[in-house]
Design a protein around this ligand. Structure first.
Ligand code: SAM
Length: 229
């Protein structure tokens, strides 16, 4: 899989995409992630990529031309399954969407900035708009990093024990069960006996019950979604 992220702040993406599972997935050749600096596509001598909004009002707008040039250059080199724009008014990101996106070959993620990108980019080039939640961040870099991380850990082979990703919260509309590690007794705070029993059948059953109980208590809406789908 290849993920190309277009941004005005490449530095913001360096650390989140160079550690842990994402780093290992890149090293294993499972994913190629390219950070594209939008300023490389402007002819402006100050490298600016924003301009005043038509009609006035506060805030600058990401200009159409550098974004168009960056996307067209990438598109001239390969086909893309999705050109994603991160936006607070997009579809809300979730595990189902992460699963779908992890099965694609090539995607572009355009990280917005300022008041957002010129609407014509959204109308004519973007194929999908994704929000990471109902709040406004300063830029699309953190959303792009979040979307990328969630996708990459789902690529087969990215996590050594594949079951580990499959048993995470939301994969089957359930929250994950509680986890414990040594010591089994810390100052009288004890690990449930069943987990020390060695009876894998009973442990699986307990974990399933815990997942269902947690989901019912904390996120009952997930169970309703499960019934609807
Ligand atoms: N004026 C925009 C609005 O009210 O919808 C917000 C612009 S925001 C300051 C700058 C950029 O950050 C957006 O264009 C978008 O790319 C990104 N962004 C901010 N919040 C986001 C969110 N919740 N999900 C995805 N992207 C977000």
């Amino acid at each position: 899989m290849r993920i190309d992220i277009i941004t005005v702040l490449p530095e913001l993406l360096e650390s989140p995409l160079n550690h842990s599972i994402v780093k290992r997935a890149k090293e294993k050749g499972l994913v190629e992630i390219n950070i594209i600096n939008l300023r490389d596509f402007t002819t402006d001598k100050y490298k600016s990529v924003d301009d005043y909004a038509f009609g006035g009002g506060a805030g600058m707008v990401m200009m159409i031309e550098p974004v168009y040039k960056a996307i067209e250059k990438l598109k001239s080199e390969r086909n893309y399954d999705e050109i994603i724009y991160t936006s607070p008014d997009g579809e809300v990101f979730g595990q189902k969407m992460a699963n779908q996106l992890s099965m694609l070959n090539n995607i572009i993620i355009l990280a917005g900035h300022y008041k957002g990108v010129d609407q014509r980019i959204r109308d004519y080039l973007v194929t999908r708009e994704i929000s990471i939640g109902d709040y406004v961040l300063s830029g699309g870099e953190l959303p792009a990093a979040i979307i990328t991380d969630a996708i990459v850990r789902l690529i087969p082979g990215a996590i050594s024990d594949e079951q580990s990703a499959l048993s995470d919260s939301f994969q089957d509309d359930l929250l994950a069960p509680p986890v414990f590690t040594r010591p089994s007794d810390f100052r009288g705070w004890k690990v449930p006996d069943i987990l020390l029993s060695g009876n894998t059948g009973e442990i699986d059953k307990w974990r399933q019950e815990q997942s269902e109980e947690r989901t019912m208590r904390l996120r009952p809406g997930l169970l309703e979604e499960d019934i609807e789908t």
